[in-house]
Ligand binder design. Structure first.
Ligand SMILES: CC(C)(COP(=O)(O)OP(=O)(O)OC[C@H]1O[C@@H](n2cnc3c(N)ncnc32)[C@H](O)[C@@H]1OP(=O)(O)O)[C@@H](O)C(=O)NCCC(=O)NCCS
Length: 209
């Protein structure tokens, strides 16, 4: 059971550093990615900060005794999000993370390449029926205590309020724990033409309409 001290709330500007740290510490198959990437800003600049900048009203944070333990971020409209990513987000970080000179050869280069082609993560067939997407991460100390469910329910409620018909996510199939969590939340495997290393799960939302 979650102690009553844990709260789910909207983000505040002062959360950004803690949220970035959580993104990095959960960024490799759900575990710590600090050893994998030399540049510790890469994962947050791809998977966290653009959402905070472009979709601030959808961010939800789990906090306990003044410490941020986790977050959920996302967008209601993935097509519009990746357009805004290119037009408004990428220019703010492109100098810090230049594209690799040739085919990516290291984990950092793979992420820098993805940053400059983030729309690769958009699968139009999936976004057509499930236009929203999300990323959810909790520090190890926050896991397995119902906070993931609470973050997800808060996020899904915000999507329903906006009349969004469905939500999807892309994940590393090796992350079995996350997959079990998503399935428990009602997500199912979507047929996905995307490349190796990513599977997509989706959930239709009843918006009461
Ligand atoms: C995946 C993650 C978000 C799940 O959040 P969580 O707080 O650990 O999950 P909860 O405790 O809220 O569990 C919610 C439900 O899922 C179920 N569940 C969670 N993990 C499970 C598992 N490994 N196997 C079976 N069921 C599981 C719980 O039993 C619970 O069911 P209930 O609410 O009906 O009793 C969290 O563990 C996490 O952040 N992991 C590291 C980062 C990560 O992998 N992020 C996802 C990247 S794709």
């Amino acid at each position: 059971m979650t102690p009553p001290t844990a709260v789910i709330r909207h983000q505040r500007p002062e959360d950004l550093e803690a949220l970035s740290e959580i993104c990095l510490r959960t960024g490799h198959i759900g575990g710590d990615a600090r050893e994998l990437y030399r540049d510790h800003d890469l994962l947050p600049d791809l998977f966290l900060r653009p959402y905070v900048a472009l979709e601030p009203d959808l961010v939800r944070v789990a906090e306990e005794n003044g410490r941020v333990l986790g977050y959920i971020v996302g967008t209601a409209d993935s097509t519009a999000f990746f357009r805004a990513f290119r037009e408004r987000w990428l220019p703010t970080v492109a100098d810090r993370h230049p594209p690799p000179d040739g085919p990516p050869g290291t984990p950092d280069e793979e992420m820098r390449d993805l940053l400059h082609h983030a729309e690769r993560m958009l699968v139009p067939e999936i976004a057509a029926l499930h236009p929203a997407h999300l990323h959810i991460d909790l520090l190890p100390g926050g896991q397995g205590r119902g906070l993931g469910r609470r973050l997800m329910e808060a996020y899904l409620a915000a999507l329903r309020q906006r009349g969004v018909p469905g939500v999807h996510l892309g994940m590393d199939p090796r992350n079995e724990r996350a997959r079990a969590f998503y399935e428990r939340m009602g997500f199912t495997l979507l047929r996905s033409p995307s490349g190796a290393g990513v599977i997509h799960l989706g959930l239709a939302l009843d918006t009461g309409g």
